[in-house]
Ligand binder design. Structure first.
Ligand SMILES: Cc1ncc(C[n+]2csc(CCOP(=O)(O)OP(=O)(O)O)c2C)c(N)n1
Ligand SMILES: [Mg+2]
Length: 345
């Protein structure tokens, strides 16, 4: 799509939908900035992988999904799960290791899950969410619903065996799964150009006979349209799709990594493509956003984040004797618990 077309008022998205996307991207960026602040202040422990710069990918993707669709996510998953419907306060409670967190404080930043919203888990093991999404898509087929499953993962995950196994089975079974690769050009300090001989992920997916395309991951509308097509295909029984979203993380691999391996010029070039700044400019051009409304959005988000931090701080720290509760849960193939959770205390 040329620049002129990109700037045209979208006829497939309402003002409300576009503003909701803008607000969500701002919320994710604000959430991660706040999490970084309290991590550095020593209130949040563990590791923190921020997705600052990548917000358009999960927001564009999840805007094309229903609540009952599934996602799997990664170690860099705050944006993915917030886009699918997680609440800020319970996210912070999880990062603070408190009982009101999504996993009662036992999962932390890398393992947020909320089955009630189809979030079947972020995951610290690179590429492990991909076969889980294919399994969810198989369950959709067995139950005969028209849900879809989306797997978010990074460029580094595409070198793992489970990525290839998952694509092979998804293609063979023609299950309703959408693979969304957030290619941010680095796997830890390893540049994408050093990871694959030709670097062409679209061809890699096509080699499994999966329809695939590469989209501008700094353009939330482009991501939305690509995923919407894939969702239509999946819901009508036409099987999997692979989408490579080209994006960039504006920070190091984790909080504390200065990202010295990311050349200054490259960082500058990508910051100019910031998806939030781009949508803000477009919304103003289309007459959908005034400076006043923009300021109000920022104020509301700041209040939501501060309330979230207070909620997390005042939530109870789990008792050590609860450590093994909720670790194993047994479900039948329809997702029904087979027995009450046992208390190992
Ligand atoms: C199986 C496995 N191998 C190695 C690691 C260590 N590790 C954590 S994140 C990461 C890089 C992942 O890169 P990518 O998939 O591109 O995701 P990104 O960090 O860029 O979001 C590695 C190697 C891990 N967590 N799991
Ligand atoms: Mg990466």
């Amino acid at each position: 799509m040329d620049r002129k077309n990109q700037e045209e008022l979208p006829s497939d998205l309402t003002k409300e939908q576009l503003l909701a996307m803008y607000r969500k991207m701002q919320l994710i960026r604000g959430f991660e900035g706040t999490a970084k602040k309290y991590f550095e202040a020593g209130e949040i422990g563990g590791f923190l992988h921020l997705s600052v710069g990548q917000e358009a990918v999960p927001v564009g993707t999840c805007s094309a999904l229903r609540k009952d669709d599934y996602i799997t996510s990664t170690h860099r998953g705050h944006g993915d799960v917030l886009s699918k419907g997680c609440e800020v306060k319970r996210m912070f409670a999880e990062l603070y290791g408190r009982t009101d967190g999504y996993c009662k404080g036992k999962g932390g930043s890398m393992h947020i899950a909320d089955f009630s919203q189809g979030i079947i888990g972020a995951n610290g093991i690179v590429s492990s969410g991909i076969p889980i999404a294919v399994g969810a898509a198989l369950s959709i087929r067995m139950r005969g619903t028209d849900q879809v499953a989306v797997s978010f993962f990074g460029d580094g995950a595409t070198a793992e065996g489970s990525f290839h196994e998952a694509l092979n089975l998804a293609s063979l079974w023609q299950v309703p799964v959408i693979f969304v690769c957030q290619n941010n050009l680095y796997a830890l300090s390893q540049p994408w150009s050093h990871s694959a001989r030709d670097g062409n992920l679209v061809e890699r997916a096509q080699s499994y006979h999966i329809p695939a395309e590469s989209v501008d991951g700094m353009d939330v509308i482009a991501v939305y349209r690509s995923v919407e097509k894939a969702v239509d295909r999946a819901r009508s029984g036409d099987g999997p799709t692979f989408i490579e979203a080209r994006t960039y993380r504006f920070m190091g691999h984790y909080v504390g990594d200065p990202g010295a391996y990311m050349p200054e010029e490259e960082q500058e070039e990508w910051r100019k493509k910031d998806a939030i700044a781009k949508l803000r400019r477009q919304l103003k051009m289309w007459g959908y956003l005034t400076d006043k409304v923009d300021e109000q959005i920022a104020t509301d988000i700041e209040a939501e984040l501060q309330d979230g931090i207070e909620y997390a701080r005042s939530s109870v720290i789990p008792e050590p004797r609860e450590a093994l509760n909720d670790v194993y849960v047994h479900f039948d193939y329809l997702g029904r618990p087979l027995k009450e959770e046992s208390n190992h205390a």
